[in-house]
Write a protein that binds this ligand. Structure first.
Ligand SMILES: [Zn+2]
Length: 108
């Protein structure tokens, strides 16, 4: 019996689908080396999951699971922080450019 495999890609993650549920696929990601879900949930989606399902139904396993997934979560939070950092720098640069342009004009 041969198993049909499906490769999926999401942003810069790509790998074989190993499970699917609830509109999410778990891929064996070749890019980052983790098995993880795609799409990666947004902060809002995560809050929803935690508020409505996770704590109610799976809380007893919460700490255990978190430990298992700690490397993965570290990576997610590191990425988020990097994005935040880059955006903040961009905004600062934009403000500086805006300020320099304005201070050359008659407005100030
Ligand atoms: Zn990945």
């Amino acid at each position: 019996m041969s198993k049909k495999t499906e490769i999926k890609e999401w942003k810069n993650h790509e790998g074989e689908v190993v499970a699917s549920d609830n509109g999410f696929d778990v891929i064996d990601c070749q890019r980052c080396g983790f098995k993880h879900i795609i799409h990666i949930p947004t902060v809002d989606e995560l809050e929803n999951i935690y508020k409505h399902d996770y704590y109610k139904e799976e809380k007893p396993l919460y700490l255990e699971r978190y430990q298992e997934d700690i490397d993965w979560w570290n990576m997610v939070y590191t990425q988020r922080y990097k994005i935040f950092e880059e955006n903040s720098l961009n905004e600062l640069n934009n403000f500086e450019n805006w300020y320099l342009t304005m201070s050359d004009s008659d407005v100030f």
